[in-house]
Design a protein. Structure first.
Length: 290
C-alpha cells in the first residue's frame, strides 16, 4: 500500500508548522493600561465624593435636629426659671387670689370664724350690744334650708349648700337664724340677688335647738326675713320672738318690734362682711420678697 499521505504536508514537501499548545495572549498597550487606571481612579473618586455628599447631608440634618432640640431645652429651661423666680403679682393675679380665697372660706374656715360665738350689733339709740350663738346646724342642701320660692332661684345659679346658725339678742327677747347660701361664683351671686323675691315671709328656714331658749323657733315663729349679697354668698337672716309667738298670733295692727329687723340685719351683715373681707395678698409670686 502506498504510504499514508501526510495531510499536514504542504506542496513542495514541507510540513505546516504545528500550532502552539496554548494561544499566546495579547499584551495590552501601555496607553490602554493608563486609561483603565484613570477610569478606576475616577470611579473611586466619584464613589468617594458621593459618600462625602451623603455624609455632609446627614451631618447637616443631624446638626439642625440637635440645634432645634437644644433651643427647645434652652427655652424650656428659661421658662421654668422665669416661672419659679419670684416676681410681683399682676393685677389679674391679685384679683384671682382674692376671689379664690373668699370662695373657699365657707369650708376652709373653722365654724367659729364663719359663725362667731359672739357678735356685736347696733341696737336702737346706736347702743352697742352683743348677740350670742345658741348653736350651729349641720350643713344642708339648698332645697332643705331655704323656702321653695328662694331655693328655686338660687338653684339656677349653682347653689351648693347652706350653712346655718341661730343667735339670740342680748336681752334674749329675739331669736335669729343666719343662713349662708354658697353659690357658684361671685357673678352668680350678683345675678341671683336681682331675682330673689321681695317678701319678708320667705328666705332661710329657722333652726331650733332643743333644750335652749330657741327650742320653739320655727317657720311659724319668724316675724321678719331679709338677705344681703356678699361675693359668691347670699347671707339670709330670719328673726322672731324667743317666747314662741307665731306671726299669725300677732295682731295686724300691732307693729313689729322696731329693734328686731335692725338687730337681725346687723348680725347677718357682720357675718357677710367677714366672709368677703379682702385677704392680705402677697406682693410677689413667692411671698413678699421679689
Amino acid at each position: 500500500m502506498p504510504p499514508e499521505h501526510d495531510r499536514r504536508a504542504r506542496p513542495g514537501g514541507r510540513r505546516a508548522p504545528r500550532p502552539s499548545a496554548g494561544r499566546a495572549r495579547a499584551r495590552p498597550w501601555p496607553g490602554t493600561r493608563r486609561r483603565a487606571a484613570a477610569e478606576r481612579e475616577a470611579r473611586e473618586r466619584a464613589r468617594l465624593a458621593q459618600g462625602v455628599r451623603f455624609r455632609s447631608v446627614y451631618l447637616a440634618i443631624m446638626g439642625v435636629v440637635l440645634a432645634v432640640a437644644a433651643l427647645n431645652v434652652l427655652l424650656g429651661s428659661i421658662g421654668v426659671i422665669n416661672e419659679r423666680r419670684s416676681r410681683p403679682l399682676t393685677e389679674a393675679e391679685r384679683a384671682r387670689y382674692v376671689a379664690q380665697d373668699v370662695a373657699r372660706r365657707w369650708h376652709a374656715w373653722p365654724v367659729g370664724m364663719v359663725f362667731p360665738e359672739e357678735l356685736q350689733y347696733t341696737a336702737l339709740g346706736r347702743a352697742r350690744q352683743y348677740a350670742h350663738r345658741v348653736g350651729v346646724a349641720p350643713e344642708a342642701a339648698c332645697t332643705a334650708a331655704l323656702d321653695p320660692q328662694v331655693s328655686s332661684v338660687l338653684g339656677r345659679y349653682g347653689c351648693r349648700t347652706v350653712l346655718r346658725a341661730t343667735y339670740i339678742d342680748q336681752t334674749a327677747a329675739f331669736a335669729v337664724t343666719v343662713g349662708v347660701a354658697v353659690l357658684r361664683d361671685e357673678e352668680a351671686g350678683r345675678r341671683a340677688a336681682t331675682e330673689l323675691p321681695v317678701d319678708d315671709r320667705v328666705g332661710v328656714r329657722p333652726v331650733a335647738f332643743p333644750g335652749t331658749i330657741t327650742d320653739t323657733f320655727g317657720p311659724a315663729q319668724r316675724q321678719w326675713t331679709g338677705w344681703t349679697g356678699a361675693g359668691p354668698y347670699i347671707v339670709f337672716s330670719t328673726a322672731g320672738y324667743a317666747d314662741g309667738r307665731t306671726r299669725q298670733s300677732v295682731p295686724p295692727e300691732e307693729a313689729l318690734n322696731s329693734e328686731m329687723p335692725p338687730m337681725a340685719q346687723s348680725i347677718a351683715g357682720r357675718i357677710a362682711r367677714a366672709l368677703v373681707e379682702p385677704p392680705d395678698v402677697p406682693r410677689c409670686t413667692r411671698g413678699d420678697a421679689c
